[in-house]
Design a protein around this ligand. Structure first.
Ligand code: C2E
Ligand code: CA
Ligand code: CA
Length: 683
């Protein structure tokens, strides 16, 4: 067939002519089979087998790729009865499919129908799937991760994508493009490039899988470079489903030989110049864009290559490094790192080394760097250099230091403070408490751990405290409670504990911080105050006279029940002297009193005692009653008037009795007078 058309392809799909072939992927070191890559083949009734590079692009352009993948997956999963766990299946996904939000759902459905466990499925995507819409790619990869499939970055090293982006997508593996593998056993230079690609994968924490391994020499070299897995004609060409069982039962493929012999003789003689220059440029772009500093040092500790990132960290341009020795370019730094480079040159691989770099560049602050040194070996297993990875963790370190400092500060304040700081985990278990706790409770810090501190509490307080804590642990409200503790000598002291939760970025409580304070003295004074006030109030309300206390302004601040029963309510709440008028008092001669004539008002104004005086209070309802009032100013320590008090006595009964007696006397006198008149007249 010359060039298949959309119709041809649609018909091929209709007739099920597109079938999966399976290429084994093996662990380089052991030669053990790890899984298969699914590669599509078009079995045309007339033209025979058509390779994917003649119809995949067409499928992508016509939108048939979705259907193609679906059919292919279905067949692959059906064949998977011959692929036992934990062997994996790697499936190629086109960039256009990586823009389909439904992709995770479709994959999940296909796997469910085929009863293939998702964790054994690896989806291979190329960098071009990621470039135009990073946000969307991130969402889809997230969705795929959620259903449990693994992601591989295909054809690694041939694209331009930023490694920062790759990191964001959480790939599980990198497939080193066959072009690097093909060229690597040709010259040392090209091997360095392959080493850089493999090293890059490692610096991102990914499994690397080399593609297109055709010779044992390539496999060996890749293994020495640290590449874990590989696929290629050395291990097997893609096979149809019928031959799958045979490949699986074979199980093991030739592992890399530990002592390489004449394998290099197979090396195809071709020079690095044979490599497309463009691809080198692309590789350089990746190398420079890496979020980690990378360089390659030869056995003389010269920079063979360095990426922009590391050059920036070093505070000198890339060209200032190339071909020069570390000791000459960065003498101060060299002193620190030389031992590590030496060890790596002796074949040791080192990682997780944390150092503080000397001040350099425009930023005078010392940086904290995380370093790794990986020896790179040639085909004769000889170390030919060291691959160096550098991550600047200063920012993270600063946070750690700040945290440490605040903790130190916190610890320090413990000794000076009357408060007893504590920390508690998210479950309410005491994790730390200041040594002062031991002084006041007799409990050791170990004994106080967890819920041990409750031992020191008064039995009557335990339930209340525990209940309250349960609520606070649940709601995350701040803690503020009082309880009594004892050393066991029968003497209880009141304590107050206060604290609040610390949360992480996602709002989850990670710890509680707080302190206990001895409030016993305050609590006792408070108690005494409450008691004396209660006593005063009791006396105040028990006296058989009405008592009213006012401020100098005349505002009534206090009154007892007797006063309240005698006076109208609106006087009891008087704000000014003028309001006294509302009491409706009358003088003995029956005239309404002016506000300023009231005994309390006069005492406040003149500063002299007034009374006792009798006055008639006439209420709004017309009822009235006689009272006797005695007022006096209250003076402060330096003699100024701070208020006034009036004692009001109900004399209405007395008054009326007096009036009645007067009345009786008057009547009696009248009678006597009459009697006198009578006796006179009888004379
Ligand atoms: P790829 O994903 O990079 O697949 C690896 C290619 O290298 C395959 O070519 C494989 O047959 C070939 N290969 C494997 N070992 C060796 C070796 O030792 N030496 C050499 N020279 N080649 C080797 P194939 O099967 O022709 O597939 C070509 C490309 O077509 C694949 O490249 C992949 O990008 C695409 N492709 C294949 N099947 C599918 C599919 O189902 N969906 C999509 N979207 N793309 C597919
Ligand atoms: Ca692939
Ligand atoms: Ca590939």
């Amino acid at each position: 067939m010359a060039s298949p058309t959309e119709v041809d392809l649609a018909e091929a799909l209709e007739r099920d002519e597109i079938v999966p072939y399976f290429q084994p992927i093996v662990e380089l070191h052991t030669g053990k089979l790890t899984g298969f890559e699914v590669l599509s083949r078009w079995i045309h009734p007339i033209s025979g087998m058509i390779p994917p590079d003649r119809f995949i692009l067409l499928a992508e352009q016509t939108g048939l790729i979705g259907l193609l993948t679906e059919r292919l997956l279905r067949k692959a999963f059906a064949a998977a009865s011959d692929i036992p766990g934990p062997l994996s299946l790697s499936v190629n996904i086109s960039p256009v499919q990586f823009r389909d939000r439904e992709l995770p759902l479709k994959i999940e459905q296909a796997a469910n129908i085929g009863r293939f466990p998702l964790h054994r499925l690896i989806l291979e995507v190329t960098e071009s799937a990621l470039v135009d819409n990073m946000q969307q790619a991130r969402e889809i990869s997230q969705g795929l991760k959620e259903i449990g499939v693994r992601l591989a970055l295909d054809d690694f090293g041939t694209g331009y994508s930023s490694l920062g982006h790759l990191q964001a997508l959480h790939f599980d593996e990198l497939k080193v493009d066959a072009s690097f593998v093909r060229s690597m056993d040709q010259t040392r230079e090209s091997r360095k490039i392959a080493a850089a690609v493999v090293g890059l994968g490692h610096s991102l924490g990914l499994i690397t899988v080399a593609e297109g391994i055709e010779t044992a020499a390539q496999a060996e070299m890749l293994h020495w470079l640290g590449c874990e897995q590989g696929q290629g004609w050395l291990y097997g060409r893609p096979v149809p489903r019928e031959k799958l069982a045979a490949v699986v039962s074979r199980g093991n493929f030739s592992p890399v030989t530990e002592s390489p012999s004449g394998s290099t003789s197979e090396t195809i003689t071709a020079s690095l110049e044979g490599r497309p220059a463009q691809q080198l440029a692309q590789l350089q772009a990746i190398y420079d864009g890496a979020p980690v500093g990378l360089c390659f040092l030869d056995t003389n500790m010269r920079y063979v290559s360095i990426n922009k990132r590391l050059a920036e960290m070093n505070g000198a341009p890339v060209v200032d490094h190339l071909g020069r020795r570390v000791v000459d370019v960065h003498p101060d730094m060299f002193k620190i790192v030389e031992p590590f480079i030496q060890r790596a040159l002796r074949g040791e691989s080192l990682s997780g080394i944390e150092i503080t770099s000397p001040k350099r560049g425009p930023d005078p602050r010392p940086r904290t760097l995380l370093l790794s040194y990986q020896p790179a070996r040639d085909e004769a297993d000889e170390v030919i250099g060291v691959s160096v990875g550098v991550v600047d963790i200063t920012a993270r370190k600063l946070v750690e230091v700040a945290l440490k400092e605040s903790e130190d500060h916190y610890r320090h304040s413990v000794e000076l403070n009357p408060q007893i700081p504590w920390t508690m985990d998210a479950d309410g278990m005491n994790t730390e408490i200041s040594p002062r706790w031991k002084e006041v409770t007799g409990l050791t810090l170990e004994q106080s751990q967890g819920l041990g501190w409750l031992e020191a509490l008064h039995p009557d307080d335990v339930t209340r405290v525990v209940d309250r804590m349960e609520v606070m642990l649940k709601t995350g409200e701040s803690i503020d409670m009082e309880y009594r503790i004892s050393k066991g000598d029968g003497e209880w002291r009141w304590m107050r504990t206060r604290g609040s939760p610390r949360r992480n970025d996602s709002g989850k409580i990670i710890r509680w911080y707080g302190s206990v304070e001895d409030i016993d003295d305050r609590k006792k004074t408070e108690q005494a105050l409450i008691e004396s006030e209660a006593l005063l109030k009791a006396v105040f309300s028990a006296v058989p006279v009405g008592l009213i206390i006012a401020e100098p302004s005349g505002r009534i601040v206090m009154s007892n029940p007797q006063a309240e029963s005698l006076l109208p309510p609106n006087v009891i709440v008087a704000d000014t002297i003028d309001d006294y008028r509302k009491a409706g008092a009358h003088t003995t001669d029956g005239r309404p009193m002016e506000a300023t004539e009231y005994p309390l008002a006069r005492a406040l104004i003149s500063g002299e005692p007034v009374g006792p005086e009798e006055l008639l209070l006439r209420r709004a309802d017309g009822s009235d009653g006689w009272v006797s009032a005695t007022a006096a100013p209250v003076r402060g320590p330096d003699g100024e008037i701070v208020g006034g008090v009036v004692a009001v006595l109900d004399i209405d009964g007395l008054r009326r009795e007096k009036l009645a007696i007067q009345d009786r006397i008057a009547k009696l006198q009248k009678r006597i007078e009459q009697l006198g008149v009578l006796s006179n007249s009888t004379n």
